[in-house]
Write a protein that binds this ligand. Structure first.
Ligand SMILES: Cc1cc2nc3c(=O)[nH]c(=O)nc-3n(C[C@H](O)[C@H](O)[C@H](O)COP(=O)(O)OP(=O)(O)OC[C@H]3O[C@@H](n4cnc5c(N)ncnc54)[C@H](O)[C@@H]3O)c2cc1C
Length: 416
């Protein structure tokens, strides 16, 4: 089925009886050329690109729960390419370009909205750092504008500019950044992959790997053994647990990250704003809820829920930046499990087990990477060579000392 405005009108006039499920519900086949572990955004995007770009027909995505139950359906939906380091910036800009054509490629409305992101700055040193970041972005073809205080005032006159502790002196603006509907992204990739023959198998947990002579032959699952020419793991917060099944220990810690949404309000924020003197970021959903978040909880956890100290910390950040948020009522809060790498950057690479590939370490920035991560992982799985924008994301970089430490905080995953 192809989606179009005409189709929506026709269904509206005929009682919505013509819609069909977005993807099939197949039983697993005995074997596939490529098996992807994890039906989150990255696994689904990988499967889609394997089929659509690299002509791979015999691909399966195995998801232990239901599709979208992981971080792809829990994030705060921000997409951007405002990175600094050479290993990161071209990759995230590639992702931004894929976002810009994704809905046409997938024929699916994922509500990609380039409403801009504004990183506020509060000190002269921060202005220098943002100028440097903006220049790095421009050099790799992204857009960036440095605003002074008057420029920020024109956009958001109600911010707390003259707060004695954190006066707002300007901001780094990326207009092409924005938000996308996270579930829509998962559904869009799933539908487009399914249409190209990919089997999406839900309620199918991978419980082990069959490895002989250093080579992976397939996966043990709760729905039986499935043979595979190659296996790609994209299990986000469960990466270390899944790879431990293959005898591998990863440079990754799992942490919980919370997000919050207020009751629906009239339009008040038309872009994404980040506070530069604390960890707080906010945007407004199309339903009117203020969607915001801050730091990870800071202790290792596999629980999809967090604790009150971070709750308080995030809300303090919000109050410092926009005091009127104190009058809004909080509707919901939730958590997701983050695969925090030792340098804050991801891994897209082969592993020491032949035929076993890894896509992990997305920390709390993996949503914006979904299209490029899927493309680059599919490239690696199909051609055995890294995509040109992902050559730095090697698993052995931690041993070699070639880390990509965007924040410059060293091997402290809870600070990235
Ligand atoms: C609160 C919050 C806010 C965030 N905000 C942003 C943001 O604004 N912008 C941004 O860029 N990023 C953000 N992120 C990060 C982003 O959501 C993640 O980095 C990204 O979604 C991870 O990739 P994924 O979609 O593939 O993960 P997931 O959706 O978690 O997919 C992994 C899947 O693997 C499955 N799985 C695990 N183990 C097994 C197994 N043994 N067998 C089979 N399947 C298995 C899981 O069930 C899961 O569905 C946020 C995350 C959270 C939690």
């Amino acid at each position: 089925m192809t989606f179009s405005g005409f189709r929506v009108i026709r269904e509206a006039l005929t009682g919505h009886k013509g819609w069909t499920p977005l993807w099939r519900d197949p039983d697993p086949q005995p074997s596939y050329d490529i098996v992807i572990v994890g039906g989150g955004g990255h696994g689904l995007a990988t499967a889609y690109h394997l089929a659509a770009v690299f002509g791979q027909a015999r691909v399966a995505v195995l998801e232990k729960g239901y599709l979208g139950s992981g971080n792809i359906g829990r994030n705060t939906t921000i997409i951007r390419s405002n990175y600094l380091l050479p290993g990161n910036q071209p990759f995230y800009e590639f992702s931004m370009k894929l976002w810009e054509r994704m809905e046409q490629d997938l024929n699916f409305n994922a509500m990609v909205s380039q409403r801009g992101i504004l990183n506020l700055l509060h000190t002269d040193a921060q202005r220098d750092a943002y100028r440097r970041r903006g220049n790095a972005m421009l050099l790799s073809g992204a857009d960036a504008e440095l605003l002074d205080q008057a420029g920020v005032r024109r956009m958001y006159p109600w911010l707390n500019f003259d707060n004695a502790r954190f006066p707002i002196k300007g901001g780094l603006l990326q207009r092409r950044a924005g938000t996308a509907r996270h579930d829509g992204v998962a559904w869009g990739y799933a539908r487009a992959a399914d249409q190209r023959g990919v089997d999406i198998i839900q309620n199918c947990e991978v419980t082990g790997f069959r490895i002989e002579g250093g080579r992976v032959l397939g996966v043990e699952t709760t729905r039986g053994y499935i043979g595979a020419g190659k296996v790609g793991v994209a299990a986000a917060g469960s990466s270390s647990r899944v790879m431990a099944l293959a005898g591998l220990r990863l440079p990754i810690e799992s942490h919980v990250l919370q997000a919050f949404v207020s009751e629906g309000l009239k339009p008040v924020i038309d872009g994404v704003i980040t506070f530069g003197a604390g960890h707080f970021y906010v945007s407004q959903s199309d339903k009117g809820g203020l969607v915001f978040g801050g730091d990870i909880d800071g202790y290792n956890s596999y629980a999809q829920r967090g604790n009150l100290p971070v709750f308080e910390d995030v809300l303090e950040g919000g109050m410092a930046l926009m005091p009127r948020i104190g009058r809004a009522r909080l509707l919901r809060a939730w958590g997701g499990v983050m695969d925090m790498s030792m340098d804050g950057s991801p891994i897209i690479d082969r592993t020491p087990v032949e035929g076993l590939y890894l896509n992990a370490g997305w920390c709390y920035g993996g949503f914006k990477a979904t299209p490029a991560s899927g493309y680059a992982f599919a490239h690696l799985l199909a051609t055995d060579t890294p995509h040109e924008t992902a050559t730095a994301y090697r698993l052995d970089r931690f041993a070699r000392g070639h880390v990509i430490d965007e924040k410059g905080v060293g091997a402290t995953p809870n600070l990235h």
